[in-house]
Design a protein around this ligand. Structure first.
Ligand code: 5GP
Ligand code: ZN
Length: 116
């Protein structure tokens, strides 16, 4: 996707602080971190959101999750972390290229959501 910001990061058309990369996935620091550790993990292939995945995407999704703990520890979140996948309008997804947020650091990240 030529106009997708995360595809541009995959292609090297815009820079990012990469923290992990392999043939299928890329992880880089969020440009506007919410916690001391805030990494985005993306599939290199353009997938718009968790709402548009197909069965063929299952292996890369599994690998994104299976790599998260290693990435979190390597970035200094050694005692746990939180995964967030914002999806679509209700999930308030801003960038339409599937990504998982890994948030953490030395301290607990805070309450999950405000109660209704
Ligand atoms: P979303 O709301 O879609 O789940 O989160 C998108 C995230 O991407 C935000 O936390 C935002 O700070 C981050 N982001 C947006 N544009 C860029 C960029 O060009 N580079 C990096 N490293 N992060 C970005
Ligand atoms: Zn993309």
């Amino acid at each position: 996707m030529s106009d997708c910001v995360f595809c541009k990061i995959v292609d090297g058309r815009i820079p990012a602080q990469k923290v992990y990369e392999d043939a299928e996935i890329l992880a880089f620091n969020d440009i506007n971190p919410a916690r001391p550790v805030h990494v985005l993990v993306i599939p290199k292939k353009h997938i718009a959101s968790l709402a548009t995945v197909t069965p063929a995407d299952t292996p890369v999704l599994g690998r994104m999750l299976a790599t998260a703990s290693e990435i979190a520890s390597a970035q200094g979140s050694t005692d746990g972390f939180r995964i967030i996948i914002n999806t679509g309008r209700v999930g308030q997804q801003e960038v339409p290229h599937l990504h998982i947020h890994i948030v953490g650091g030395p301290d607990p990240v805070g309450p999950m959501l405000k109660r209704i």
